[in-house]
Design a binder for this molecule. Structure first.
Ligand code: DGL
Length: 271
C-alpha cells in the first residue's frame, strides 16, 4: 500500500481490523509529499516508482491508498503491473451511494484529485443518479502531516473551504483524500451532525480482502510455499512493515497516533 505520507494509514487501519492476519508493507512518500499541488505526470511517475519498490518485496497486490495518485495513475498501473492494483475512488463512491438519502453528495479532495475529474467520471460510471459537488481543500494535508488535526487554524480553514458544500446542502460528504479521516472531528464540526462523513477506508479494505481471497483460491496449490498468499486466520497477526522516504521518527510518532500500535518500526527509504 502507498500514499504520499501518513494518509493511507487510514486504509491500513481498516485493513488490519478486517484481516489482522494479512502481511502488509506500507510506503509513505513523506519525503515528497504533498502530491495534491503537483502536476499529474509527476504524481504518476512517483506512483510507478513506489509500485516498483513494492513489487521488489514480492507483494501479491498493490493498494493505491492515495486519491491523488489513484486519480492520475490507477489505470496505467493496472495495465502495466501483473498483480491486482486497487484504488480508493470507486470504493468511496459506493459507500456514499449507500449513505445518502437526498442524493446530494459532496466530495472533498486535493487540488490534483478534483482537477483530474476522476470522481466525476467514476460517479457517471457507477452512480449516475447522484448529484455530486466536488471541492478542493488545499492545506488540509499539510496540517495532518504536521500532526495538527484540531487547532483553531485548521478550524478556520475548514470553515472557509467547506462553506460551498454547506451552502449546497449535501447530506453526505466523501473524504476523497486519505488524510482527511484524521480531520474528521473538525470537518464534522463544520459540516454539522446531519451530514454523514464517508471515508473509503472500510470499503477499500473489503475489496482488498475479497480480491486476496480470490488470489488465495487461484493459488491454493502453491499457497503453502508463498507467505504472501497464505490463507491466514484472523487470529494470527500478520507482519506489518512501514517504510518512509521522509523523517522516520516523525512518521513513527504520528503513524502510531493515526494508525495504532502496529506502527512500531519504520524503515527509511532514500530515492
Ligand atoms: N492522501 C493523499 C490523497 O488521498 C494526499 C495527497 C497529498 O499528498 O496532497 O490524495
Amino acid at each position: 500500500m502507498f500514499d504520499s505520507g501518513l494518509g493511507g494509514l487510514s486504509i491500513v487501519r481498516a485493513l488490519i481490523d478486517l484481516v489482522p492476519g494479512r502481511d502488509l508493507v506500507y510506503f509513505g512518500d513523506t519525503g515528497r509529499f504533498p502530491y495534491g499541488p503537483k502536476p499529474a505526470d509527476e504524481v504518476a511517475k512517483f506512483a510507478m516508482q513506489i509500485t516498483e519498490v513494492l513489487l521488489e518485496r514480492d507483494v501479491a497486490m498493490v493498494v493505491v491508498a492515495c486519491n491523488t495518485a489513484a486519480a492520475v495513475a490507477l489505470d496505467d498501473l493496472q495495465d502495466r503491473v501483473d498483480v491486482p492494483v486497487v484504488g480508493v475512488i470507486e470504493p468511496g463512491i459506493r459507500a456514499a451511494k449507500r449513505a445518502t438519502v437526498t442524493g446530494r453528495v459532496g466530495v472533498i479532495g486535493t487540488v490534483g484529485t478534483v482537477r483530474s475529474g476522476a470522481y466525476q467520471r467514476a460517479v457517471a460510471r457507477i452512480a449516475p443518479d447522484l448529484h455530486v459537488l466536488c471541492a478542493a481543500c488545499p492545506g488540509f494535508v499539510e496540517f495532518v502531516e504536521a500532526g495538527d488535526t484540531d487547532s483553531d487554524q485548521v478550524h478556520v480553514l475548514a470553515e472557509r473551504l467547506l462553506a460551498p458544500l454547506r451552502a449546497a446542502a449535501v447530506d453526505t460528504l466523501v473524504l476523497g483524500c486519505t488524510h482527511y479521516p484524521m480531520l474528521a472531528r473538525t470537518i464534522g464540526d463544520v459540516m454539522g451532525r446531519d451530514v454523514v462523513l464517508v471515508s473509503s477506508a472500510e470499503e477499500t479494505a473489503f475489496e482488498v480482502d475479497r480480491l486476496l481471497a480470490e488470489c488465495d483460491g487461484a493459488h491454493d496449490d502453491t499457497a503453502s510455499n508463498n507467505p504472501t498468499i497464505t490463507n491466514q486466520t484472523a487470529t494470527t497477526a500478520g507482519r506489518h512493515e512501514f517504510v518512509t522516504s521522509g523523517d522516520v521518527a516523525m512518521f513513527r510518532r504520528l503513524g502510531a497516533r493515526f494508525c495504532g500500535p502496529e506502527v512500531k518500526r519504520v524503515e527509511a527509504f532514500h530515492w
